[in-house]
Write a protein that binds this ligand. Structure first.
Ligand code: S3P
Length: 412
């Protein structure tokens, strides 16, 4: 994909539906009683993988032009589930099927097959789940077993691990308490409560009892992780308005980063839709200051770090990002791939074990970078090139379809 530089950029954008919420709406309704309609669902490749897996397990999932309809089943069937590139599909499903007395094999593409799965298998075994991984990765084999509730910790600050445990607990006898050290995105807790699950949140602990879910229609808000690219372009080049964006406080770390960087932004039309806070986000061109980001904020902006790093590359001074070692196990090693991309465009960035140090410049030169088949690297590179001196090219740019089909058309 060739990107020409711009000196000004302005517009209004309706970014696609939230990926995390779409996965959950399809998955949870697939084991609920009744039929649900999901609107503004993200039809990116990852969420289509979830839909295909739920069909393989016996639910009826129909993808229409404007609506995804899901007819749940009370008895999942034994199946092989291909999760494609999607870590959320594989990790959440490992938990969900563990509690449903079925035998399931979960497989993925070459990138997903290298990502760690013991982080979910290990705590699930404490509930009695019978799971084997393949050298810690996929294929993951789940065999029917009786689960018993107890107290478990998510060793990593990961919403996927937390959600897997909560979903398994829906089928476990007794009570389960899931503790996490830093609060991560809570879409699972909100949606399950709305679907009639016996679930309570007490600080960083979630208490769950065996429950049968009732289906529920979901209107999915726009994804702040997708809006982030257009928000960044507003800050760098002009003014952007992203409409109907989910602003759940467990996801808005990028706004905290904006506060620290001195970005001029405003939330408009704030409201609640299907239990999730939603707003329009207006961002104006701003003089950017270097920032420091540490461990506690990471879960609230983890997917936005590549584009935040691009903003740091255009900020005054030296930014330091630490406590971000989770980036190493995303769709690519995002510490390495973000650093390579910014360096390829002439930026000054030093990767560290758990983050980066970025020395900002007024303008990056531009050039050619590879996405390494990572959707968020491709989109962050597009932002970096739009604001650069001479623009450039992104190799393997088609991977944006994982989370944002139509990204380049919307950018144009
Ligand atoms: C997600 C949780 C995060 C995030 C991923 C989606 C989710 O992963 O990076 O894109 O929907 O629960 P981790 O749980 O591995 O941090």
């Amino acid at each position: 994909m060739k990107i020409l530089p711009r000196t000004e950029y302005a517009g209004e954008f309706a970014v696609p539906g939230d990926k995390s919420i779409t996965h959950r709406a399809i998955m949870f309704n697939s084991i609920a009683e009744g039929e649900a309609r999901i609107t503004n669902a993200l039809l990116g490749e990852d969420c289509l993988s979830t839909a295909a897996c739920m069909r393989a397990l016996g639910a009826k999932v129909e993808i229409g032009e404007d609506v995804v309809s899901v007819q749940g089943t009370d008895k999942l069937c034994d199946a092989e589930c291909y999760c494609g590139n999607s870590g959320t599909t594989m990790r959440l499903l490992t938990g969900l099927v563990s509690g449903q007395r079925v035998n399931v094999t979960l497989t993925g593409d070459p990138s997903l097959s290298k990502r760690p799965m013991e982080r979910v298998a290990k705590p699930l075994r404490l509930l009695g789940a019978d799971i084997d991984t393949t050298d810690g990765c996929a294929p993951v084999y789940v065999r029917a077993a009786k689960l018993c509730g107890r107290e478990v910790d998510t060793a990593s600050a990961s919403a996927q691990v937390k959600s897997a445990l909560i979903l398994a607990a829906l089928g476990a006898d007794g009570e389960t308490f899931v503790h996490e050290s830093i609060k991560t995105r809570d879409h699972t807790e909100r949606m399950l409560a709305a679907m009639g699950a016996d679930i309570r949140v007490l600080g960083n602990t979630v208490q769950v009892k065996k429950s049968r879910l009732k289906s529920r229609d979901v209107e999915v808000p726009g994804d702040i992780s997708s809006a982030a690219y257009f928000m960044a372009l507003g800050a760098l080049l002009g003014e952007t308005l992203c409409k109907n964006v989910g602003v759940n406080p467990t996801r808005t770390g990028i706004l905290t980063a904006f506060d620290r960087m001195g970005v001029d932004y405003r939330l408009e039309n704030e409201r609640t839709v299907c239990g999730e806070p939603v707003a329009d986000i207006r961002v104006k061109k701003s003089r950017l200051k270097a920032i420091t980001l540490t461990k506690e904020i990471m879960p609230a902006l983890i997917d936005e770090l590549p584009v935040i790093a691009v903003l740091c590359a255009y900020a005054d001074g030296e930014s330091v990002i630490s406590g971000a070692e989770e980036l190493r196990i995303k769709e690519s090693d995002r510490i390495k791939t973000t650093a390579e991309m910014i360096a390829d465009f002439g930026g000054s960035i030093m990767p560290r074990e758990d983050g980066f140090v970025i020395r900002g410049k007024k303008k990056l030169a531009g050039g050619t970078a590879d996405s390494f088949l990572d959707h968020r690297i491709a989109m962050s590179a597009a932002v970096a090139l739009m604001a650069s001196e001479k623009g450039g090219e992104i190799k393997n740019a088609e991977c944006v379809n994982i989370s944002f089909p139509g990204f380049f058309d919307m950018l144009g």
